[in-house]
Design a protein around this ligand. Structure first.
Ligand SMILES: Nc1ncnc2c1ncn2[C@@H]1O[C@H](COP(=O)(O)OP(=O)(O)O)[C@@H](O)[C@H]1O
Ligand SMILES: [Mg+2]
Length: 283
């Protein structure tokens, strides 16, 4: 069995306000194996984003986080802030659900990329600029020099998402956590972004957590999968095995909903075209 690069034991998250506290994540445990992709699938509100934010210490103090998160023998929930910050930039990169929130609207992309590379990779400004250009070229962007000069609002969600992926890859982290990375991306770019993730998986020594509400996307990329519902893990296992053999009611529900969607798509576009799209693996 592959070794686990990240281990989460008995993670619990509660949201507190003046009078009440509410369980958001109730006692979940899982591991991410080295150089494998773990998918987290579940409906909106099931606790996928909260799980990742809790792991990386990104929740503010209105949340109470308990349990153990162990990355390479380091207890992330107990490590000091400086150490966590370093790990979060260099070792574990998170690609956020909404790319707009990842960039500062007041500065051009170039400045933000350069700052990130200088902070995390200890490179000179000139090297950081070269890395920025290369990161965009690696994402197959046209006119990367022009893109670097733009402000976030001058670029589409899809472009920003690909820039964020480019930055994450350039940092060469041990782990990439991608939270619904195609949400803000239009249909054509979804294919490109998904190809990017497949490339990461195949070419880099990177372990990945890939979060999606779409079981189809997870099935395409993840080796192992966690199914979440109401802040709990209802089932976990090897993706293909689980898709074929799951007896869990909620997993079956997600599989059947997905199937109904694909069937409607077949009806809408006709069997021939659906087959052509499917054969490329996008359905
Ligand atoms: N900032 C917040 N404050 C309080 N509760 C929140 C906050 N963000 C999310 N939640 C709650 O946490 C639960 C899990 O949310 P989330 O992890 O964002 O779901 P998912 O990513 O699976 O769609 C939901 O019940 C949601 O209402
Ligand atoms: Mg989410």
């Amino acid at each position: 069995m592959a070794t686990e690069i990240l281990k989460v034991n008995n993670l619990k998250v509660q949201h507190k306000d003046h009078t009440t506290s509410r369980d958001i994540i109730s006692d979940i445990s899982f591991g991410l194996k080295k150089n494998r992709c773990l998918g987290i699938v579940g409906e909106s509100g099931s606790g996928k984003s909260m799980t990742c934010k809790a792991i990386l210490g990104l929740l503010n103090n209105s949340f109470d986080v308990k349990g153990d998160v162990i990355f390479n023998d380091i207890h992330l929930l107990k490590a000091d802030k400086r150490k966590i910050r370093h790990i979060r930039g260099k070792e574990i990169s998170m690609i956020l659900q909404n790319p707009m929130t990842a960039f500062d609207p007041l500065y051009p992309i170039q400045e933000q990329m350069i700052e990130t590379f200088i902070e995390n990779l200890a490179v000179s400004k000139k090297e950081a600029l070269n890395l920025s250009l290369k990161a965009l070229e690696d994402m197959y962007m046209h006119c990367p020099k022009d893109v670097l000069k733009k402000y976030p609002h001058q670029l589409s969600g899809g472009m920003l998402q690909r820039i964020m992926i480019g930055i994450a890859l350039a940092l060469k982290p041990s782990i990439i956590i991608a939270d619904e990375p195609t949400t803000a991306v239009d249909a054509i770019n979804v294919v490109k972004v998904m190809e990017e993730f497949t490339r990461i998986k195949e070419n880099h020594n990177t372990s990945m957590i890939f979060i999606s509400h779409d079981l189809g996307a997870v099935a395409r990329i993840a080796d192992d999968v966690l199914v979440m519902k109401d802040g709990e893990i209802v089932e976990q296992g090897e993706t293909q095995y689980l898709l074929r053999n799951s007896k869990n009611q909620h997993t079956r529900y997600l599989i059947d909903t997905r199937k109904a969607l694909v069937d409607r798509f077949h009806l809408a576009v006709g069997q021939g075209e659906a087959h052509a799209i499917r054969s490329k693996g996008y359905l």
